[in-house]
Design a protein around this ligand. Structure first.
Ligand SMILES: Cc1cc2nc3c(=O)[nH]c(=O)nc-3n(C[C@H](O)[C@H](O)[C@H](O)COP(=O)(O)OP(=O)(O)OC[C@H]3O[C@@H](n4cnc5c(N)ncnc54)[C@H](O)[C@@H]3O)c2cc1C
Length: 277
């Protein structure tokens, strides 16, 4: 479809064709490539972010922005799995492949999604989404029993000889329930724990605090945060101070949630620039 539309519009293809450098030439642009020089009155930079370098990601767009005096904020990976700190990895690392429904919050973001344990930490839609809000310092707050009156449920069973992890396994993956109870020193019977302690457990289940040691980086991320473009027109994607220079797509500091919003942004901003350029 894209090729057909481009053919209709008279697009010339040069691919593969790494762009080595860009310079201002009069009112226009000179683009140097191994296949020769291209000159144009407008230049639309669509070189993407830093995610997955093995499929061609480069920092070229950010360098170009800096070259022409555009503000570039520090980049960081987003929509990315997170790594456990060593103690959490030792406890939960062998739960790889297990997932559970959670509500996760951090840095003003809040999502009700699945959380997936991996052999290095946490992933799944809940983690990918919240990773865009995580600043590397604040712990994640994870509600392990979202939408459930955990306190009422636990207190209802307070007089039973049933073990807490066995009860939790009705609503959480069994091995995770066992590990979580062991980590919190509550791998005991409901009767032993008693009502007051169970109220505390309910609060901990509603807010399991996890401080990741980091992200899995650009190699595993879906998008890149950063590359500020406060200097761009939101209507045309043109830089305000450098005539004929446009930035679109992921090189721009716009990051969508999971669900196709990053593709949508790339296409929409491309269309806006294409109409104006
Ligand atoms: C694994 C993965 C899964 C994803 N899943 C989704 C999803 O489900 N939904 C969603 O909305 N988004 C998803 N994304 C994000 C989405 O792919 C990007 O946001 C989108 O492709 C950005 O489009 P773009 O045109 O701005 O940049 P890109 O698609 O990254 O294209 C940039 C191009 O520029 C080329 N380039 C870089 N430097 C140079 C240079 N110097 N010379 C010549 N060429 C250069 C690169 O090789 C690349 O081909 C995913 C990303 C990844 C990595």
């Amino acid at each position: 479809m894209l090729r057909t539309e481009c053919d209709r519009g008279g697009v010339e293809w040069r691919q593969p064709c790494p762009v080595d450098g860009v310079t201002r030439e009069g009112d226009g642009w000179r683009v140097d490539t191994p296949h020769g020089v291209v000159r144009a009155s407008s230049l639309v930079v669509a070189t993407g972010g830093l995610t997955v370098p093995t499929i061609g990601a480069t920092p070229f767009g950010y360098r170009l922005a800096a070259q022409f005096g555009l503000p570039v904020v520090p980049t960081r990976p987003a929509l990315v799995p997170l790594a456990f700190a060593p103690d959490a990895l030792a406890r939960y690392g062998d739960l790889s492949g297990i997932s559970t429904d959670v509500e996760i919050a951090c840095g003003g973001g809040r999502f009700r999604e699945n959380l997936l344990f991996t052999h290095r930490g946490l992933s799944g839609p809940a983690i990918l989404q919240i990773s865009s809000y995580w600043d590397g310092r604040e712990p994640l707050a994870i509600d392990l029993l979202p939408g459930i009156d955990a306190e009422g449920w636990l207190v209802d069973h307070a007089r039973k000889d049933l073990r807490l992890d066995t009860l939790l396994a009705e609503r959480l993956p069994k091995r995770f329930a066992q590990q979580w109870c062991a980590a919190h020193g509550v791998a005991r019977s409901m009767r032993e724990l008693g009502e007051a302690r169970l109220r505390g457990v309910a609060a901990d289940l509603a807010c399991w605090r996890v401080l990741p040691s980091g992200t899995l980086g650009y190699a595993k991320a879906e998008v890149t945060l950063g590359a500020s473009t406060r200097a761009l027109s939101s209507k045309t994607m043109a830089t305000r101070d450098v005539p004929g220079l446009f930035f679109i797509g992921e090189v721009v500091d716009v990051t969508g949630w999971l669900g196709g919003y990053n593709f949508q942004w790339a296409w929409s901003s491309g269309h806006a620039a294409g109409v104006a350029a």
